[in-house]
Design a protein around this ligand. Structure first.
Ligand code: ATP
Length: 199
């Protein structure tokens, strides 16, 4: 188990996954909350069975996997269902993430969170990836081919930039190119190696 955990968060399209991949390049284990939330609802998992029992067979696709779009629609139309699902999945997600970190052989581990989450007790340090909002819109537009208005709506539903920045121990500003981002990650890596060795 690595005993030093660095969290990464940031708004939609800020570059969290890109930053996490750069840490992976350096051999650092990354536990990804989005991935964990998908893993724990794979067919046969406890949460999967509970969801099928609650919502019936319409929540399953032909190949047996969950129809996530249907489920998303359900939980956004009924708050009690959303709370039920959050309650059901919280523990298994946390277990999945701690399990990944426990088995990490790197000097420290990265915990990549979805956009709306602040620092948790599991983390020793928190990185916030920050990007100019207009660049954020254009990068997401290019990646997902979404409508600009939808992207702005999602951004508005997320914690405000200032609030996110207030969670940060370290800020990675991602307005430059990938070469400069890589250099920043490599510099923080050196810092974390030192901090982890004293933890
Ligand atoms: P989400 O919150 O939607 O999961 P994210 O924060 O993980 O997004 P990424 O997917 O890493 O963000 O980055 C968003 C897009 O911007 C991607 O297409 C990525 O390749 C691109 N990108 C990230 N950083 C840079 C950069 N420094 N230069 C150019 N493109 C970048």
């Amino acid at each position: 188990m690595t005993n030093y955990v660095v969290g990464i968060t940031g708004g939609i399209g800020s570059g969290k996954s890109t930053v996490a991949e750069l840490f992976e390049e350096l051999g650092i284990t990354v536990a990804d909350a989005d991935q964990a939330s998908r893993d724990i609802v794979k067919p046969g998992e406890t949460a999967y069975l509970a969801i099928v029992e609650k919502f019936g067979s319409s929540v399953i696709l032909g190949d047996g996997t969950l129809n996530r779009a249907y489920l998303r629609e359900k939980i956004f139309s009924r708050k009690s269902d959303r709370l039920w699902l959050e309650n059901l999945t919280h523990m298994p997600i946390m277990q999945n993430l701690t399990n990944t970190l426990r088995h990490a052989e790197s000097a420290y581990g990265i915990l990549m969170l979805s956009t709306g989450i602040g620092k948790s007790p599991l983390m020793h340090r928190m990185i916030v990836v920050d990007v100019d909002p207009e660049l954020q819109v254009s990068r997401v537009k290019q990646r997902d081919h979404n409508d600009e208005s939808l992207i702005r709506k999602i951004m508005a539903s997320q914690p405000k930039r200032e609030e996110r920045l207030s969670w940060a121990d370290d800020i990675i500003e991602n307005n430059g190119d990938l070469t400069s981002l890589r250099q920043k990650v490599y510099d923080f890596h050196e810092t974390y190696l030192k901090l982890a060795s004293h933890a």
